[in-house]
Design a protein around this ligand. Structure first.
Ligand code: SF4
Ligand code: SF4
Length: 482
């Protein structure tokens, strides 16, 4: 696979450039089934992106009612009925692993469908090209405009186009910050100038990123910046469905005018280059599978239009597997093998990881304990010879009801327990923890001289919710002199 056409040929005694100059693609508008799927995907994905922050989900009094929210100040992430604490960030890792496996499985089955239809770079580039063709016209007009000299008209058209680009970019960046704030509030704050500086910073960053990536970088991001493009070939095999050119039918190619319908002794490709002109990455699929091909299918749509004009069978460029192309070339019946060892492995891994995630989410503890041992001093010797250690208990109440917590210590024989602020409650104090909060308690454990261990010994602190019976444990040490 190659993205560019390197050349080391000598031209009149001089070494030519190693790589060809950048040729900006001017994709022309096409009609067809893949174009329709692309519009449909674009509309659905943009609708999800722009409207999701406005979905509401009732979590009870005091809790945000935004269905999807990453609340950085409160350190919570909400996804409908799921609430994730910072301590549970590994669920995000699990989600990313699942997303990666889905991507691998989809690629092995259907080639780069993600790249061609659903990747945000593709979606926004498509949107920007649509805006560009509305303002500047289709391919020929855009080429003429770019090649023509600068004039007031050209300047006005370019200015208007980039103004529209910036509006789309601003809406994109604006929608992004809605996921990190209450959408219905921050949207007014942004325009009133009362939103936080972080909101304005990210609004600017995402506006600028969208403008640069979809307005300027476009296919360069797919060809040179995207790491996925580099290794997706490893997921493909001869049975994967990809955009292919039926060279056995198309070659030898040759120019033909509509009306000349005699294709005896030659291929069906009329060398019109409609497929190249439709390609958003500017490549010629007739040269074979290439790194720059994002499998968007627009060349297939363009070629089908041509085949219709010449009353030839459609599908000279088609979504097909390399294996099927070989069958078709030999006149044999094509076959689709979706279940293959590699796809079965991806599906099996996906099922296992998803099951682990669902089970883990469904059975996760909503009461947790973190213990931090005080370091200075590590221990204190009391006047009666006993040893005292200090700890901070962080009790995570991950539900929206208050808790009353008691605790016990295993590993040493505690003679006295004191909790800062609750000294009057004796050795079995009740530690209240507010709903959806972390209860922070400083605890001193004393061990009588005769029971004091030699050196550090492991201990376990177990907390117990008096009302629900839930428990949580944490391990630490009790330090004493050797
Ligand atoms: S070659 Fe065809 S499928 Fe590949 S990127 Fe270009 S138009 Fe899309
Ligand atoms: S659009 Fe079809 S006929 Fe025209 S050059 Fe491409 S493959 Fe050949």
């Amino acid at each position: 696979m190659s993205a560019t056409k390197p050349s080391t040929a000598k031209v009149k005694g001089k070494q030519s450039k190693l790589y060809s100059d950048y040729e900006k693609p001017y994709p022309r508008n096409v009609q067809g089934v893949y174009r329709k799927y692309k519009w449909l995907t674009l509309i659905v994905l943009l609708a999800i992106y722009y409207l999701s922050p406005f979905l509401r989900w009732d979590r009870g009094p005091g809790a945000p009612d935004q269905a999807i929210l990453i609340d950085m100040p409160a350190r919570r992430a909400y996804f409908f009925f799921i609430e994730i604490w910072p301590q549970e960030i590994y669920y995000l890792t699990g989600l990313l692993i699942i997303a990666a496996i889905v991507l691998f499985a989809a690629t092995s089955l259907f080639g780069r469908v993600w790249c061609g239809f659903a990747c945000f770079q593709t979606v926004w580039t498509d949107l920007f090209i649509w805006v560009e063709s509305l303002v500047e016209g289709d391919r020929t007009h855009r080429i003429q405009l770019d090649k023509g000299p600068w004039s007031g008209r050209k300047f006005g058209i370019k200015l208007f186009k980039h103004f529209l680009f910036l509006i789309v970019s601003f809406l994109t960046g604006g929608a992004w910050v809605l996921y990190f704030n209450d959408a219905t509030t921050v949207i007014f704050e942004i325009f009133e100038g009362t939103a936080g500086s972080g909101t304005y910073l990210f609004l600017f960053l995402f506006t600028a990123t969208t403008y640069i990536m979809a307005g300027w970088a476009r296919e360069q991001a797919c060809i040179y910046m995207c790491p996925y493009a580099r290794f997706q070939g490893a997921m493909l095999d001869d049975e994967s469905l990809i955009i292919t050119y039926e060279s056995w039918r198309g070659e030898p190619r040759g120019h033909t005018k509509p009306g000349q319908m005699n294709f005896e002794g030659r291929g069906h490709c009329v060398d019109c280059k409609a497929c190249v002109q439709a390609c958003p990455t500017g490549i010629d699929i007739r040269e074979g599978s290439q790194l720059a091909c994002i499998n968007c299918g627009l060349c297939a749509d363009a070629c089908n239009e041509v085949m219709d004009r010449f009353k030839l069978p459609r599908g000279l460029i088609a979504y097909d597997s390399i294996a099927n192309q070989k069958y078709r070339a030999k006149g044999e019946k094509p076959q689709v093998h979706l279940l293959r060892p590699r796809t079965l492995i991806y599906i099996a891994v996906l099922v296992i990881v998803s099951a682990i995630m669902v089970f883990s989410l469904g059975t996760r503890d909503r009461l947790k304990l973190n213990v931090i041992h005080e370091r200075a001093p590590l221990y204190s010797r009391m006047s009666d010879g006993g040893i005292r250690n200090g700890y901070t208990l962080k009790i995570l109440n991950m539900v929206r009801v208050p808790r009353e917590i008691t605790f016990i210590v295993d590993g040493v024989k505690v003679s006295k327990t004191s909790i800062i602020g609750r000294e009057n409650e004796g050795d079995n104090p009740i530690l209240p923890v507010k709903p959806d909060q972390v209860g922070d308690y400083r605890v001193f454990l004393s061990v009588a001289r005769e029971d004091a261990p030699k050196g550090s010994v492991p201990i376990t602190i177990t907390i117990h919710d008096r009302l629900t019976g839930e428990t949580a444990k944490a391990s630490d040490v009790f330090a004493a002199p050797e």
